[in-house]
Design a protein around this ligand. Structure first.
Ligand code: HSE
Length: 314
């Protein structure tokens, strides 16, 4: 039986956690994208309406991340029905908060709900990755936490290669998103094609330290290890306005470390108390305000759950 509409929410995510390029990620509880779908007589998935993107997102089915994911779910279901998609973009585009993954995941979960939720979240993973790949490459570091919640290690792109990592009780986050777009493709184009053996050893050691700190719940060690990135941040730093100044401000206000969130330009600071996270967010905001750059600053925690169905109308 096909329902008459279904709506789903999928959260913002932070990919990389500094040194864990393309493999580590975490989910935030808010903000996120909302997708509502309805059955259509024509086959395939089609965008009916997008709100909140300033007209910037592609409406063509093969280019829109939500549409690509929805089409993949229809294929998985072997459905002869089509779906119409209403996308409410609440995440800023090209901001390092997993915007494309959120749209893809929300669409996949909504289409599944439209058909009575026959597929598990794990079974939806390939469809979500197809959507993400339409704009940002076939990697799971945003999609996995967006779909499943929490902190995830994506050692590959199949469900058995996604490992949930413990969320330290005392982990508090501060995020600041300057009003500057950094398309993922641009941020990936500046990366080196190869690294030296020495860099490889240092980066591997830093990722191992991040994992160790997460398992021990040691936020100070976590912050230091996340920042020990000798490969990706140095290549991307010039795309992030005032990175050095924001890092200094965050640390002066109690942050244990600050890294680029995903492909940027959002910056993420970690600390161990809510009041400190609030102070850090304000201090980071002030750096951009003083430079005349608009920004949104927030403090947040890791969300233990990811995408969810909001409404189903039979
Ligand atoms: N790991 C990805 C990157 C996240 O940093 O390019 C953005 O898709």
């Amino acid at each position: 039986m096909v329902n008459s509409s279904a709506e789903a929410f999928a959260p913002a995510t932070v990919a990389n956690l500094g040194v864990g390029f393309d493999i580590l990620g975490l989910a935030l509880s808010e903000p996120g994208d909302v997708v509502r779908v309805e059955p259509l007589e024509q086959t395939g998935a089609h965008i009916l309406d997008i709100q909140g993107d300033g007209g910037k997102l592609p409406r063509e089915s093969h280019k829109n991340t939500a549409c690509v994911a929805a089409n993949s779910v229809l294929e998985l279901l072997g459905s002869s029905h089509g779906v119409g998609i209403h996308l409410e973009k609440r995440l800023p585009l090209a901001s390092g908060l997993g915007s494309s993954a959120a749209s893809a995941v929300a669409a996949a979960v909504a289409v599944n709900a439209l058909f009575g939720t026959p597929l598990s979240l794990i079974e939806l993973l390939p469809a979500c990755l197809d959507g993400e790949a339409a704009v940002s490459g076939y990697h799971a570091d945003n999609v996995a936490p967006c779909l499943f919640g929490g902190i995830t290690l994506s050692a590959g792109v199949s469900a058995e290669q996604i490992y949930p990592i413990p969320i330290p009780d005392r982990l508090h986050l501060s995020l600041v998103t300057p009003d500057v777009e950094v398309p993922t493709a641009t941020a990936r184009a500046v990366l080196p094609h190869s690294v030296t053996l020495r860099q490889m050893v240092a980066q591997t050691a830093a990722v191992a330290r991040v994992m160790n700190a997460l398992y021990r719940g040691d936020i100070e060690a976590l912050g230091a290890a996340m920042e020990a990135d000798g490969v990706v941040e140095p290549a991307r730093a010039h795309l992030m306005p005032l990175l050095k100044e924001v890092r200094t401000a965050a640390k002066q206000n109690g942050a244990f470390g600050l890294v680029i969130s995903g492909a940027g330009p959002t910056l993420l600071a970690v600390c161990d108390e809510e009041v400190t996270a609030q102070k850090i967010a304000s201090a980071m905001q002030m750096v951009y305000n003083d430079a005349g750059i608009a920004c949104i600053a927030r403090h947040a925690r890791v969300a233990s759950s990811g995408a969810r169905i909001l409404h189903v109308t039979s």
